[in-house]
Design a protein around this ligand. Structure first.
Ligand code: URA
Length: 219
């Protein structure tokens, strides 16, 4: 596999918009009806220069109350397995596709994703991570622009423009399914392995061509 440095595709990219500015634009957002039932907007939290950004689905009950993503049981699971990737919570940035809790934790509706996702897109552009870890189907479908299910997509890296994307199971779903928990943990080990072999200051390795429906990074 060829190793090549692509100028302008690294952490030197100027950040045109800060996370604070994006949050400022969001204000007391009323772009979809979820504002009527939310307690707090859950914008995102973590290192604004994170190498790895995690994307979840939407706030749950605890997140809605506290205004922070992944602070409930799913968050406890996430915290517990981060070390498998050699990561700590303060290393990463976490945001959701939806910034407000859908009532009863129902699935996000397409019109809600449409209204809210420009904020996530701007967060990704601002942070400019090397790797985006998508947790569960809604996050994966949004980032990879596919309807293929997570069980088929997980277990490998996909290239999406500048970003390497690692889709995996949602930590809440994995809590209900021990087989998925094992696979989630295997994916986190794979992520740790990738990070160890691609140091931050090392070369950017472009994706190679594949016949799969989606392009992927050859490992
Ligand atoms: N599940 C998510 O997808 N996001 C959260 O912030 C909490 C639970």
């Amino acid at each position: 596999m060829g190793v090549m440095h692509i100028p302008g595709h690294d952490k030197q990219k100027p950040r045109e918009v800060t996370l604070e500015e994006i949050r400022g634009v969001m204000g007391d957002c009323r772009l979809c009806p979820l504002y009527e039932t939310r307690t707090k907007i859950v914008f995102g939290v973590g290192n604004p220069r994170a190498r790895v950004m995690f994307v979840g689905e939407a706030p749950g009950r605890n997140e809605d109350l506290q205004g922070e993503p992944f602070v409930g049981r799913a968050g406890e699971n996430l915290n517990a397995i981060l070390s498998l990737a050699g990561l700590k919570r303060e290393d990463i940035y976490i945001a959701n596709v939806l910034k407000c809790r859908p009532p009863g934790n129902r699935n996000p509706r397409p019109e809600e994703v449409l209204a809210c996702s420009p904020f996530l897109r701007e967060q990704i552009r601002s942070i400019w991570p090397d790797i985006i870890v998508t947790l569960g189907n809604p996050a994966t479908h949004f980032v990879l622009k596919t309807e293929i299910g997570i069980t088929k997509l997980r277990g490998r890296f996909h290239q999406m423009g500048h970003f390497v994307v690692m889709p995996t199971f949602h930590p809440a779903a994995a809590l209900r399914n021990p087989a998925w928990q094992e696979l989630l943990e295997a994916d986190f080990r794979m992520l740790g392995d990738y990070l160890a072999r691609h140091p931050e200051d090392g070369p950017v390795i472009p994706a190679t061509a594949h016949s799969d429906a989606l392009p992927r990074v050859e490992e």
